[in-house]
Design a protein. Structure first.
Ligand SMILES: Cc1cc2nc3c(=O)[nH]c(=O)nc-3n(C[C@H](O)[C@H](O)[C@H](O)COP(=O)(O)OP(=O)(O)OC[C@H]3O[C@@H](n4cnc5c(N)ncnc54)[C@H](O)[C@@H]3O)c2cc1C
Length: 396
């Protein structure tokens, strides 16, 4: 008997899971996606960085699946002629006070097995990035950039070639488990599966509720806004220039990232949003749900200073520019133009903690990816293997 597995969400994670289950288990997979194209949400609105594994708590899922994911993604891009460029990353300390944190980051990167990590002084960092300034830096030469939407499109093609199907414009509206099957209403069609895997990003909570599994964490959307460098200012950045991150947050701070096409992005900030797909500015559509979760207010009480600073940076271009000039002082306000932003699906616990690690729950026949923020695009092929390992196979 062939296993029938449904996947909710055609972002890079859902598509990678679909491909893995079809290839490794011979399952018949059906991906249900509400949009007209694949990779429209987080997969299509990010920094495009293939993270090397510097930041993550050793032993965490993020640390392990990021390292495994990098290797798989590099191989996948090479096999399919997709762009992948090891432009390298500098994490720059701009004050002496940041040095201990930078040193700790270098140690963590080595503990995670990140290759080629080097600690540089002010002169050394300028050999890598001649227009950057700082008192010290950590260099990760193999950190790369790639085109995640192109990877997602290729994964969808693989799914089709393996006999699976991707149904676009099929929003999942209802789920129920009955007689050993998971019945799903998507658009106007009914489906019946042996297993269902939910990789719905910003839609996770809504789908989890349909499955009768509201869970102990909730997705809180954080907008990530970008500017792009225009004209000759692009030549001021060779690869990726990052600040030393604040260890209290899973976000990495506004950075400068050279993209596959040569564009250089500045961003993203991290601003609490009150709508799950808040691309068009400042929607309040989902305010009730987001503010109704006790964790949101507890988080806001603890982090209100950071919240005000990030909101100010969102409203006042000058604050954003100052952030970038801290690392590349030659930049001027005229060099930065607004670029499309993204919205992160970040899980927040009831006690207000920003959940740091990836979270996958199994509930009966439904597997729910509860938290897959950065570096989940980097890690997607490894997350897929991890999920294939925990989705119980049918007894034959
Ligand atoms: C600003 C920003 C910068 C980032 N930078 C990086 C980076 O440099 N490197 C990195 O590795 N990661 C980065 N990330 C994180 C990365 O983009 C995400 O971790 C990754 O894309 C998650 O993929 P996904 O498939 O889980 O989610 P998504 O791509 O959001 O896909 C979820 C899909 O589910 C669909 N869906 C939702 N509800 C339903 C429903 N009811 N029915 C059917 N379909 C539904 C949605 O339409 C969507 O297509 C960044 C994210 C952001 C926002």
């Amino acid at each position: 008997m062939t296993e029938k597995i449904g996947i909710v969400g055609a972002g890079i994670v859902g598509l990678a899971v679909a491909r893995e289950l079809a290839a490794a288990r011979g399952a018949e997979v059906t991906v249900l996606e509400k949009e007209e194209r694949v990779g429209v949400h987080q997969t299509g609105h990010n920094s495009g960085v293939v993270h090397a594994g510097i930041y993550y708590q050793p032993g965490s899922l993020k640390a392990r699946l990021c390292r495994e994911g990098v290797a798989l993604l590099k191989e996948y891009c090479a096999a399919h002629g997709l762009p992948y460029d090891e432009v390298g990353k500098l994490v720059v300390a701009s004050t002496r006070a940041e040095r201990p944190q930078l040193r700790a980051l270098a140690e963590r990167a080595r503990a995670n097995g990140v290759p080629g990590i080097a600690e540089l002084d002010a002169l050394g960092l300028r050999e890598i990035e001649p227009h950057a300034v700082g008192v010290a830096a950590v260099h990760s030469p193999h950190t790369a950039v790639c085109d995640f939407p192109a990877v997602a499109r290729r994964l969808a093609q693989d799914v089709a070639e393996l006999g699976g199907s991707v149904h676009l414009s099929h929003p999942v509206r209802a789920i129920r488990e009955r007689a050993g099957r998971v019945e799903v209403l998507a658009g106007r069609r009914g489906f019946a599966f042996d297993r269902l895997v939910v990789c719905a990003g910003l839609g996770t909570d809504a789908v989890a509720r349909m499955a009768g599994a509201p869970g102990e964490v909730r997705i809180v959307p954080f907008k990530g806004e970008f500017y792009a460098l225009q004209g000759a200012a692009r030549n001021l950045v060779r690869g990726l220039i990052y600040p030393v991150p604040d260890p209290r947050y899973p976000f990495l701070g506004v950075h400068l990232t050279r993209q596959i096409g040569g564009e250089v992005l500045v961003g993203p900030n991290a601003v609490l949003a009150l709508a799950y797909e808040a691309y068009d500015g400042r929607g309040f559509r989902d305010a009730g749900r987001i503010l109704g979760w006790p964790g949101t207010l507890r988080m806001a009480r603890t982090h209100w200073r950071t919240g005000i600073r990030e909101t100010y940076g969102s409203l006042v271009k000058g604050a954003f520019v100052r952030g970038a000039r801290r690392y590349v002082p030659e930049l001027t306000a005229a060099d930065l133009v607004r670029a499309p932003g993204g919205v992160r699906a970040q899980a927040v616990a009831r006690d207000g903690r920003l959940v740091d690690d990836f979270v996958v729950d199994v509930q009966g026949r439904v597997v729910l990816v509860r938290n897959a923020p950065s570096p989940a695009a980097t890690s997607s092929l490894a997350i897929a293997r991890h999920i294939a390992g925990i989705v119980p196979a049918l007894v034959r």
